[in-house]
Design a protein around this ligand. Sequence first.
Ligand code: THU
Length: 160
Amino acid sequence: MKKIKIESELEVFEDFSELPQEIQRLMEAAFEARDSAYAPYSEFHVGTALLLSNGKVIKGSNQENAAYPSGLCAERTAIYYAGANFPDETLEVMAISATAKHKPTTTPIPPCGACRQAIAEYEVKQKQPVVIYFMGASGKIFKSDSLSNLLPFLFTQEYL
Ligand code: THU
């Protein structure tokens, strides 16, 4: 028996002002996207802004449903919009911000497992990593240079 160790490396920015300017703009688009969240059940508002290779910024927010599992996270709303409308573009950078209606969030809030799997699919498809920045409403921001830092043992098409 042998053991294997898996390591991830992320960058930590102390706050919004430490981000590069173009990323501040992208994160601001994620803040705006949060305002269009339809989240009457969780009251947890997530916004994402996705920069494509053609320079367009796609915004997504979580969209809930009375039949709970029918709702969709902010990240996948944006990713699937990009896939459907700009199938030939690369997903370059994703900025994510989340906050609860009655509880401002101050720690970085990562994309859920299902969204990580969706991002993984596009990294494999485009043969290029997606850079991901994520935060709460304020406070530290984590940057991952690739989805694979956030999801070890990717399940991909190579197994099919
Ligand atoms: N949510 C997202 O939009 N993204 C995530 O990565 C985690 C969770 C949404 C789904 C649901 O509308 C609410 O946050 C509470 O789980």
